[in-house]
Design a protein around this ligand. Structure first.
Ligand SMILES: CC(C)(COP(=O)(O)OP(=O)(O)OC[C@H]1O[C@@H](n2cnc3c(N)ncnc32)[C@H](O)[C@@H]1OP(=O)(O)O)[C@@H](O)C(=O)NCCC(=O)NCCSC(=O)/C=C/CCCCCCCCCCCCC(=O)O
Length: 719
């Protein structure tokens, strides 16, 4: 798995050959070990170049091997042998040098990169740390502060930034390999010792302890319970405070703890799940491998409200020309100002020029006649959306795709008003649409494979993780959110406060708890949906008692909060108080506590002590239970789809793998037992009734998550 050639007479060229990313599998490590030994022994060879096949240097250690017993030569001594050898070794970095790939390059004496290459140590995103010497060599090469940044965030660095930081010695627009071979010949005879990073001292600022403490505090806050970033700081600290060998020892000790942790398993599961959700399939037999997306060059966005603006910005940032449509000149002007400002702000942050030239604005729907794909992003109202779709169906060219940005409305109902239901799909963007990574692509019952492929491909062009889901109220993400929100409200009725519930969920790892999230989204959004559903407002069945609706327990608390004019962050008052309208700093509000007390008295509820475990179990197990139902109904194709929706769309902590993975980690029998317990305590809450799929899985011995598909009531998803 490593090819050996002798080029230019004296240069040994070692090529890693493990497509697609030349991961350092046991066979590759063996190949490198053997070829380096051969080159060191061959008197004709004066220097070496290491490169990767197919324009990629190396994607790092082979992540698939982490779940198996270790075999083959370990990385640390392999890299040490390269560094310690007395012949100069040059890494020719094309494509990517990530993780163990960059650590291999750091063991080489010189690094030449192609201008389009990227480097980084992303191990932290896999629940690990760079344990092939990366935590010790990188700080010695670029200094303590930049190394802490790169290692604790795992961020990818462009070749240009790598050059500035001193990670690479030269960058070229031509062939990095050719330059490396030339370079390898030139450096023969030059002193090697200064190029051996293990012999250097880490460049540190005067107040090392201060920097390390400050970094640790920031990292702990950002980590939300993840262990790896903290271990990364501890390992890099060793590079600043200990001799190299002692630092290596520390690196290994910290890695040993992380390597077998459930967090590492969860994050590595996420790595593969993220890639797996891109491989969609339909029950018709169409799948991502046999359904081609149609090229899309002209895109239009209808409606420049919050969602439409974000979608427009996302499209322009992806280099696409966008026609943005509003109903009147005033709205159009406001939208234009906002979109331009957002693009300028974004470009400023990236030190780039905003592509305002890609933007076109109109109030004339007839201008859509040449557009390939239209994303409707008007207000979430079925009657309005139907009217827009009817108009689009008549003005757009016959083969244009019509997509609706909706968070839960029936895509089939919309498709039915058009003359081309097969070209209609849902695209559920998440706010802010130019920032959030998730896109739910909704397959209507008549959507063609080409329409699905095109929407999925467009999502990828926008840099989104696109997940194909079936058409039902709320699709996958919002459908599962309903029982979660419901449980949170019930907990308030029973004695909890918003800050108790949010505190438990934040301690679990969510960036914000359910009540802070509701305040952020705007409390009137759910209020309107509940009114439309006849759960509150004039359409409520007058025979329903105050805390029952449509035959089940209902909490009117959120409606009552809205009736008090508390709409969330936007007007500075919601479940919390905010410093100002639009402010983000939430403080507990005594008047909410008083309101809850009065509510309980009014409804004869004796408040009880509620602990954090109950909050987590009631909210999250109810959500997970609905996940099992979505799987069994065929609305979600697999547990990975649900998990990626929650990780990328709802802030589920990545180190817990997503709700379905978490259920497996907790143990399906425990999830079932706790749901049964809560169902018994709250017989009037059907969402707590354990789903038949969960029961079947437990009855079958709780198989691992990759076997759950075999237990679905439908052999193929309904998609
Ligand atoms: C940017 C990429 C490289 C390429 O991106 P792209 O072109 O878009 O392609 P992808 O779709 O992402 O990938 C294509 C397929 O390749 C698969 N892939 C990618 N990378 C890897 C990999 N590193 N390993 C395996 N497979 C990989 C990917 O899944 C795709 O296949 P499929 O479609 O899913 O089938 C991009 O791929 C990328 O970013 N890759 C990952 C980069 C990364 O994170 N690298 C870091 C890896 S971890 C690492 O390097 C760690 C090094 C430290 C040394 C560890 C040594 C182990 C020591 C053990 C010590 C244990 C102590 C125990 C003690 C005791 O037991 O007592």
């Amino acid at each position: 798995m490593a090819r050996y050639e002798q080029v230019q007479g004296t240069v040994a060229l070692i090529t890693l050959t493990n497509p697609p990313v030349n991961a350092l599998s046991a066979a590759v490590r063996l190949g490198i070990t053997e070829t380096v030994t051969r080159a060191l022994r061959d008197p004709e060879v004066k220097s070496m170049v290491i490169c990767g096949e197919n324009g990629v240097f190396c994607g790092g250690a082979d992540i698939r091997e982490f779940a198996k017993p270790m075999s083959g030569p370990p990385l640390v001594p392999m890299i040490a042998a390269i560094e310690e050898g007395e012949k100069p070794v040059v890494a020719a970095i094309e494509g990517a040098a990530f993780g163990g790939g960059l650590e291999l390059a750091l063991g080489c004496h010189y690094r030449i990169a192609h201008s389009k290459a990227r480097v980084g140590l992303p191990e932290v995103t896999l629940g690990l740390l760079p344990a092939a010497g990366g935590t010790q060599r990188l700080p010695r090469l670029i200094g303590l502060a930049p190394a802490l940044d790169l290692i604790t965030t795992g961020r990818h660095v462009t070749a240009q930034e790598a050059l500035k930081l001193g990670i690479v010695d030269q960058v070229t627009d031509q062939s990095a390999l050719d330059l490396a071979i030339q370079f390898a010949q030139q450096v023969v005879g030059q002193p090697l010792l200064p190029r051996k990073l293990s012999t250097r001292q880490t460049p540190c600022p005067p107040d090392v302890d201060g920097l390390l403490e400050e970094t640790m505090a920031q990292v702990k806050q950002r980590a939300r319970g993840a262990m790896a970033p903290i271990a990364c700081v501890q390992a890099v600290r060793a590079a600043a405070t200990l001799p190299y060998q002692a630092g290596m020892q520390k690196e290994q000790e910290l890695m040993a703890t992380l390597f077998h942790s459930s967090q590492a398993r969860a994050m590595q599961y996420c790595f593969f799940a993220q890639r797996a959700v891109g491989r969609w399939s339909l029950s018709s037999g169409a799948h991502s491998g046999n359904s081609k997306p149609r090229p899309v060059s002209k895109v239009a966005v209808i409606g420049l409200g919050t969602m439409g603006r974000g979608i427009t910005v996302a499209l322009v940032k992806a280099g696409m020309s966008v026609l943005a449509v509003e109903t009147n000149k005033k709205q159009l002007e406001i939208g234009k100002q906002m979109v331009s400002a957002m693009l300028k702000h974004d470009a400023q942050k990236r030190n780039a020029t905003p592509r305002l030239d890609l933007l076109h604005f109109t109030i004339d729907l007839l201008e859509l006649k040449n557009t390939d794909l239209i994303i409707e992003a008007v207000f979430e109202d079925m009657a309005l959306k139907k009217q827009v779709f009817k108009e689009l169906s008549s003005v757009c060219k016959a083969d244009a795709f019509l997509c609706t940005n909706t968070s839960g409305l029936d895509v089939d109902e919309l498709a039915a008003v058009t003359k081309r239901p097969e070209l209609v799909v849902g695209m559920h963007f998440f706010a802010p649409a130019h920032v959030m990574k998730l896109l739910e692509v909704v397959h209507g019952s008549r959507s063609s494979p080409e329409a699905v492929a095109t929407a999925m491909h467009l999502g990828k062009r926008l840099g989104k993780v696109s997940v194909l889901v079936g058409n039902c109220a709320g699709f996958v993400g919002n459908r599962m959110l309903k029982p979660y929100l419901e449980q949170a409200n019930f907990l308030l009725e029973e004695g909890a406060t918003p800050e108790l519930v949010d505190g438990a969920l934040e301690e679990f790892g969510f960036p914000m708890g359910v009540f802070k999230m509701s305040d952020l989204s705007g409390l009137d959004v759910g209020w309107r949906i509940r009114k439309e559903a006849g759960l509150t407002g004039p359409n409520v069945d007058p025979r329903d008692p105050p805390r029952r609706r449509q035959g089940r327990r209902y909490s009117p608390l959120p409606d009552l909060v809205c009736e008090q004019g508390r709409l969330g962050q936007k007007n500075g008052r919601g479940w919390y108080l905010y410093d100002k309208p639009g402010g983000r700093v939430a403080t507990p509000d005594p008047s909410i506590h008083k309101f809850l007390e009065e509510y309980r008295i009014k409804h004869g509820i004796s408040p009880r002590q509620i602990d954090r475990q109950e909050v987590v179990e009631r909210c999250l197990f109810a959500l997970i239970n609905e996940g099992f139902r979505s799987l069994d109904d065929g609305i979600a194709a697999g547990p990975e789809d649900i998990d990626m929706i929650y990780v990328f769309g709802y802030g589920w902590p990545r180190h817990r793998g997503g709700p379905m993975f978490y259920a497996g980690m907790v143990g399906l029998p425990r999830v079932l037992t706790r749901l049964e317990h809560y169902r018994q305590a709250h017989p009037e809450v059907p969402h707590l009734e354990p789903s038949p799929l969960l029961r079947r899985l437990v009855a079958s011995g709780s198989p691992p998550i990759n076997k759950w598909r075999d237990f679905l009531q439908r052999p193929h998803s309904q998609l």
